[in-house]
Design a protein around this ligand. Structure first.
Ligand code: ZN
Length: 255
């Protein structure tokens, strides 16, 4: 067994036997890691705190060679992110971000930029309107997975520059009005939404969140990117359904 010491963010926890926990966390250099923490419920709140959802901590774990379920021994908290767990909205969005990362990545497949994206998103979540953060997060997660929609020219005829057109969810690409017949289900993409989508795919999370756009454009971008994500996933995630189910409660609380 080799020993690893790494910072990570907790994506998911699951009770295991009477006092243990299976924890999935995301590290910068090793990607997603799963492990068992033994006896965690016997050892008090301080020890348990290191394995709470969304916690950013430094972990020591023993890598098992014949299993992808390793043995986690210690956690030293760097940031507890309790502000995310204190509010329903924080829990709902942070859980959705975590489930997306868990769903899209394989165990021990390094994606340091996804680690940074998730860590930065946890910082922005209490201070930026979460639906806005979600759109940028999803676009940039797709970028890191190599799934960013192709928006530079028409996929069918190569026409460019295109300032507006149609977004083919099936192809994850822009098509021009002349090629629309190739995918009649393609959604109209106006110049404002197209330029925002391009910008979200190119710039840093912080730069994207500083941009201002109308709520109409923001909603259009969100609809397109969510539809594309769900198409690529082939399903709607549990945390997404939860988020949708509490949307009316959240909008009343925010108004
Ligand atoms: Zn075309």
């Amino acid at each position: 067994m080799s020993i690893h010491k790494t910072e990570a963010l907790v994506l998911k926890t699951l009770p295991f036997r009477s006092s243990s926990l299976i924890v999935t966390f995301f590290t910068p250099q090793l990607g997603k890691v799963r492990g068992v923490v033994k006896g965690v419920h016997r050892e008090g709140e301080i020890r348990q705190a290191g394995f709470e959802l969304f916690t950013h901590a430094e972990y020591i774990f023993y890598e098992k060679k014949r299993s992808d379920l390793h043995l986690i021994s210690e956690a030293s908290i760097l940031e507890s992110h309790h502000a995310l767990r204190d509010r329903l909205e924080g829990i709902a969005y942070a859980s959705y971000f975590c489930e997306l990362v868990d769903e899209l990545t394989e165990v021990q497949d390094p994606h340091p930029r996804i680690f940074d994206l998730l860590k930065d998103s946890f910082h922005f979540l209490p201070v930026i309107p979460p639906p806005r953060l979600e759109t940028v997060f999803v676009t940039q997660l797709l970028r890191e997975m190599g799934w960013l929609p192709f928006l530079e020219s028409c996929l069918e005829c190569g026409a460019k520059p295109l300032e507006k057109g149609f977004f083919s969810i099936r192809h994850g690409a822009l098509i021009c009005h002349r090629c629309r017949a190739q995918d009649t289900a393609a959604l109209s993409l106006g110049s404002g939404a197209l330029s925002v989508l391009r910008s979200y795919g190119r710039n840093s999370l912080a730069d994207c969140l500083r941009q201002f756009q109308s709520s109409q454009i923001e909603n259009q971008v969100k609809t397109l990117i969510t539809a594309f994500l769900n198409y690529r996933l082939g399903k709607v995630l549990k945390t997404r359904k939860f988020l949708d189910s509490i949307r009316s409660v959240l909008s009343c609380a925010n108004s």
